[in-house]
Design a protein around this ligand. Structure first.
Ligand code: ZN
Length: 96
């Protein structure tokens, strides 16, 4: 596994763990604060943590072509099983 795929998997798991923590955390938090403040807290949390983390995951560069794996032009497809530019599968070695 090349260093870039390793970085890719680390960022992917960080994003998955972030999403789980967000759902569980705000479900617990909803018992203690009112809906008005909860929606503000969700917006603040997503602006400060969610969006930067999603951009960091989306900007993972492909080890084969060096371009962002999940972003092509103005659009991104985070569930793509392969690079949107060169078509290499996620985790596949460059020479295969
Ligand atoms: Zn590529």
């Amino acid at each position: 596994m090349s260093l870039n795929w390793r970085q890719y998997y680390i960022r992917k798991w960080c994003l998955i763990i972030f999403i789980l923590i967000t759902f569980i955390g705000f479900a617990i938090l909803s018992n203690y604060i009112s809906e008005k403040y909860l929606s503000f807290a969700v917006l603040l949390w997503m602006a400060l943590a969610g969006i930067p983390l999603a951009f960091r995951f989306g900007a993972c560069s492909c080890p084969n072509c060096g371009r962002p794996i999940h972003i092509k032009g103005l659009f991104g497809f985070p569930f793509s099983p392969k690079c949107l530019h060169c078509g290499i599968k996620i985790g596949q070695k460059e020479s295969e």
